[in-house]
Design a protein around this ligand. Sequence first.
Ligand code: PXP
Length: 258
Amino acid sequence: MTRIVPPLRLGVNIDHVATVRNARGGALPDPVRAAQLACAAGADGITAHLREDRRHIRDADMRRLKDVLLVPLNFEMAATDEMVALALELKPHASCLVPERREERTTEGGLDVIGGGIDLAHKVEALSHAGIRVSLFVAPDEDQIARAADIGAAVIELHTGAWCDFIAAGEHDAAQAEFARLRAAAEQGAKLGLEIHAGHGLDFASAETIAALEPVRELNIGHFLIGEAIFVGLEGAVRQMRAAMARGRAHVGTDKAA
Ligand code: PXP
């Protein structure tokens, strides 16, 4: 019998197009144009992180993205009153709630869903009630994932940053152990009825590896793709990423599955 493997979506994060734009203060390069190009090259969705300090994406970018995109928009944001109010006004397809600290260069660590208590639960409820799919960006931690399901999140996005850092540092055993945690977390989350996404620090090789985990349904990738676009163009980078994901996905259910 032919095995039906659920598709794996690619969400392209265009934050760092805005980083380059903001370095000069003008309007170029335009992150919305990059988003449209990424979609034409095969992205299934676009992610943008409106940080509290507006260091890359700005409010006007989010509005333009919402207006012009024909694919789902994933509004990545801190779980603050300001951001929840903006999301409720904008009504993106999804909101991915992430921890955010001003001094960090990028999102470090997963959201403390347990520590977020009733306040976080209310924010998840308010967003969900407005028809927004709520995703919680979490480390592969059993208790945090159980709590994410308890408070009604539709999705968890597993933080792959630590795994990618171990790979980059050549720490093979630590990378393998972290990957085992990601796999267990994906399985746990799927059993709890959560949709499983993954992201942070992924490149062609790591995306290919994680694509072989059947419960994972979406990868969100930004920095590497925008960097690679310098060399092969954004279209080429997105196409190569899709090819890497397809190679990995072909291993689902085989003895080559990661
Ligand atoms: N997913 C989440 C929740 C993130 O915070 C980020 C970084 O903004 C990404 C995915 C993409 O990470 P990267 O830019 O390293 O591919």
